[in-house]
Design a protein around this ligand. Structure first.
Ligand SMILES: Cc1cc2nc3c(=O)[nH]c(=O)nc-3n(C[C@H](O)[C@H](O)[C@H](O)COP(=O)(O)O)c2cc1C
Length: 333
């Protein structure tokens, strides 16, 4: 894909890892970047919590490594513009976070706990509030004299019948949003049914007159589905979510396929297991072993999916509490 600019940031090969709570760990994002992902936002973090409790507990979800990731993005969720303004200030005044390249706002999360507070997907029903949130982030950054772009990740609508929300996309662009990424499902669909490229393209067209890149997301699993979403939506970039879980190689495969090059084969069993261990060891650098291993239980099955004996291995891995047990089960020293 052609390079794009998000604000002043040049994005080569705009194929990104879509943020996923529980999966977008710092080591996994670094691995995906090595495999060709342009950048990978953190999972969603509460702007309100940062405002009232500081970075503290949220830091583990917001960790970035500017040297290794090159382009970094922190994703915030919330419903009050003031929470975002305060959260952005706090992030930019925190030494380990202040080099972040992009602030991303979640306007697509469908989870009831989030939507109930007017955050995530609920913002699609309130374009004026969504615009105020973008403006609040931009204001905080401008006051700090920082040229950090603000992006939004959203969906094609809230209700079952929604087929794209052009007025919502325009409200975001008018507010100064520097990139919009749209997942082709409604809030009601959660993660079920098909992602609609047609509805994504309605939002794409709505902001074509603005000088900002538009990314599409939903159901990309290989080169073919990547090519399809690009052709059918006219997007400038793509984000890959679920298909990348335990499969960072998808980025080199899709990149090669879209460039008309030979698609590299999936690595062998041993290399897949070694990659699992690499992510685990990365997590162990900033989390206590029991926490790291417990949280990694839901990630490991994706790395071994389809390997001989994977069902039995999965059961054993899911009861581990120590990193050494995982290595032993996988036969890796
Ligand atoms: C387990 C899980 C966690 C997710 N967490 C987030 C999140 O923190 N922020 C966000 O914007 N989207 C989140 N998403 C949505 C994905 O980024 C993506 O939009 C969605 O899965 C559709 O893309 P896909 O078909 O490539 O998976 C999550 C999805 C899953 C499955």
């Amino acid at each position: 894909m052609k390079s794009v600019k998000i604000g002043n940031i040049k994005i080569e090969n705009p194929i990104c890892l879509s943020p996923m709570a529980g999966f977008s760990s710092l080591p996994f994002r670094i691995i995906c970047n090595e495999m060709g992902a342009a950048y990978s936002p953190t999972e969603l973090v509460s702007a309100r919590s940062i405002r009232y409790n500081g970075i503290g507990k949220s830091l583990r979800y917001m960790r970035i490594a500017p040297d290794e990731e090159k382009i970094t993005a922190i994703q915030l969720f919330g419903s009050e513009p003031e929470d975002f303004e305060a959260a952005v200030r706090t992030i930019m005044e925190t030494p380990v976070l202040q080099e972040v390249s992009i602030i991303d706002i979640n306007m697509g999360c469908p989870v009831p706990k989030v939507v109930k507070t007017g955050s995530g997907s609920a913002l699609m029903e309130d374009p004026a509030r969504a615009a105020s949130i973008v403006k609040a982030c931009k204001k905080a950054l401008a006051e700090l004299c920082l040229n950090v772009p603000v992006t939004v990740k959203t969906r094609i609508g809230y209700n079952a019948g929604d087929k794209g929300k052009p007025e919502f996309a325009r409200a975001l662009a008018d507010a100064g949003c520097d990139m919009i990424c749209v997942h082709g499902r409604t809030r009601i669909q959660m993660y079920h049914g098909e992602s609609s490229n047609e509805a994504i393209s309605v939002m794409r067209e709505a902001v074509r007159g603005y000088d900002i890149p538009f990314f599409a997301n939903g159901d990309i699993t290989d080169t073919e589905s990547a090519r399809k979403i690009i052709e059918e939506t006219g997007c400038d970039g793509i984000m890959i979510g679920r298909a990348a879980r335990g499969n960072p190689w998808i980025f080199e495969q899709v990149t090669a396929g879209l460039n008309g090059n030979e698609i590299p084969a999936m690595p062998c069993e041993k290399d897949r297991k070694l990659m699992l261990i690499r992510e685990l060891e990365g997590r162990l650098k900033y989390l206590p072993e029991d926490v790291a291993v417990r949280e990694f239980r839901s990630v490991m099955p994706f790395y071994i999916k389809g390997l001989p004996g994977s069902s039995q291995i999965k059961v054993r891995l899911c009861s581990c509490s120590k990193a050494d047990e995982i290595k032993e089960i996988l036969g890796i020293d």
